[in-house]
Design a protein around this ligand. Structure first.
Ligand code: AMP
Ligand code: MG
Length: 310
C-alpha cells in the first residue's frame, strides 16, 4: 500500500513538473511604438526573456527614427557616428534589400512619413509641394525593417539559452522559435483587415518569421478616403496597389519584414513575379476585393484561396 501511495506521489510530482514546463514565461513590452507579447518555454525562460527585453530596448534606442538621441537620428543629421560591425552590416543588408526590390522597399522615406504626419498624433494629407520636397530628401527610417530584424536577433539569442520554444509577437510581426512538443505546427492568424475573426490560419514549423504589412495597421481617413502608412516612393502617396495586406514567411526576420512592405507596394501581379524569381520566402496576399492568394509553399487553412504556383 505504501509503495502504491509513493507511486501516486511520484506520478503527481511528474505531472506537476510537466504542467509547469508546459507553461510559458510571458511578458508584455511596449517598444518600437507597439505592444509586444513575448512567450518563452523552458528552463531558462525567465532569464532569457529578460535578455530579449533588453535587446529590444537597445535596438529601439539605436534605430528609432523619431528619438533625436538615437544613432539613426545622428546619422540623419549628417553626423558620422562610429558604427559597430553589426550596425554597419545591418544598414548594408537593408540597402541590399532595397535594391533587390527595386526600391519598393525604400528605407530613406523618413521625411515623407513626417510630411504625412505618421510620426505624430494627427496625420494629414500634405500638399503636392510638401510631397515633392520630402521625396527630395534621403533620411533613414527603418520602420519597415526593424521589428523583423529584432525578431531574428531574439531568436538568435534564444539559441544561446536552455529554452525549448518561444512565440514572440512584435506588433504585426511574429517570430517563432523551436518546435512544439507534439510536433504540431505553430498557427498564426491572418488578420481580417476590417477587423473581427481571422481570415485564415497560417501554419509554420520550427523557427521562422511571419511578418504582415497591412493598410489597417496605421491610417487615417479624410472625406471617406483611407490614407495608410505604407508609402510608394514613386508617387509619394500611400501605395495604392490593390492589396490590403501581405504576409511573408521566411527563415530570416529582416528579409521577411522588408519584403512584406515591398510586396505590398508592388501589388499582386508584380509581387507574384518577384516570388517566382526568389527561393527564400512564401507569401499570403489579401486584396482590396477580399480575395486571398497564397504562394504554393504557404500552408494556409480555414479559408478558400487561390494558389500562386511557380
Ligand atoms: P511595415 O509595417 O513593415 O510595412 O512598415 C511600414 C513603416 O515603414 C511605415 O510606418 C514607415 O515608417 C516606413 N515605410 C513606409 N513606406 C515604406 C516603404 N515603401 N519602404 C520602406 N519603409 C517604408
Ligand atoms: Mg515591413
Amino acid at each position: 500500500m505504501k509503495r502504491f501511495f509513493s507511486l501516486i506521489f511520484l506520478i503527481g510530482v511528474l505531472l506537476c513538473g510537466c504542467a509547469k514546463a508546459s507553461e510559458p514565461v510571458r511578458q508584455t513590452v511596449f517598444c518600437m511604438d507597439t505592444v509586444m507579447d513575448l512567450q518563452v518555454w523552458g528552463k531558462d525562460a525567465e532569464a532569457a526573456i529578460q535578455q530579449l527585453t533588453n535587446k529590444l530596448n537597445t535596438l529601439e534606442h539605436s534605430w528609432s527614427a523619431t528619438n533625436p538621441d538615437s544613432l539613426l537620428s545622428r546619422i540623419n543629421r549628417g553626423e558620422a557616428p562610429e558604427l559597430t560591425q553589426e550596425q554597419a552590416q545591418l544598414l548594408a543588408r537593408i540597402e541590399a534589400l532595397s535594391q533587390r526590390t527595386d526600391g519598393a522597399f525604400d528605407p530613406h522615406l523618413r521625411a515623407l512619413s513626417e510630411a504625412w504626419g505618421f510620426y505624430g498624433e494627427e496625420p494629414s494629407v500634405p500638399s503636392p509641394e510638401e510631397i515633392t520636397a520630402a521625396l527630395a530628401q534621403s533620411q533613414w527610417d527603418l520602420g519597415a525593417a526593424l521589428k523583423g530584424y529584432a525578431g531574428q536577433e531574439c531568436a538568435d539569442l534564444l539559441a544561446e539559452w536552455n529554452v525549448d520554444r518561444a512565440m514572440l509577437v512584435l506588433g504585426g510581426n511574429v517570430q517563432t522559435y523551436g518546435e512544439k512538443p507534439d510536433g504540431s505546427p505553430w498557427q498564426i492568424g491572418i488578420q481580417n483587415p476590417d477587423g473581427g475573426d481571422n481570415l485564415g490560419i497560417l501554419c509554420v514549423t520550427g523557427t521562422a518569421s511571419v511578418v504582415t504589412s497591412g493598410d489597417y495597421q496605421r491610417y487615417f481617413e479624410v472625406d471617406g478616403l483611407r490614407y495608410h502608412h505604407i508609402l510608394d516612393s514613386k508617387t509619394g502617396y500611400p501605395a495604392d496597389s490593390g492589396l490590403r495586406s501581405v504576409t511573408i514567411v521566411c527563415r530570416d526576420g529582416l528579409t521577411a519584414d522588408c519584403l512584406s512592405t515591398a510586396l505590398f507596394v508592388m501589388g499582386l501581379e508584380k509581387a507574384a513575379e518577384f516570388w517566382k524569381e526568389s527561393d527564400d520566402f512564401e507569401a499570403v496576399f489579401v486584396t482590396t476585393g477580399g480575395a486571398i492568394y497564397a504562394t504554393e509553399g504557404a500552408v494556409l487553412s480555414g479559408c478558400s484561396y487561390e494558389v500562386i504556383a511557380r
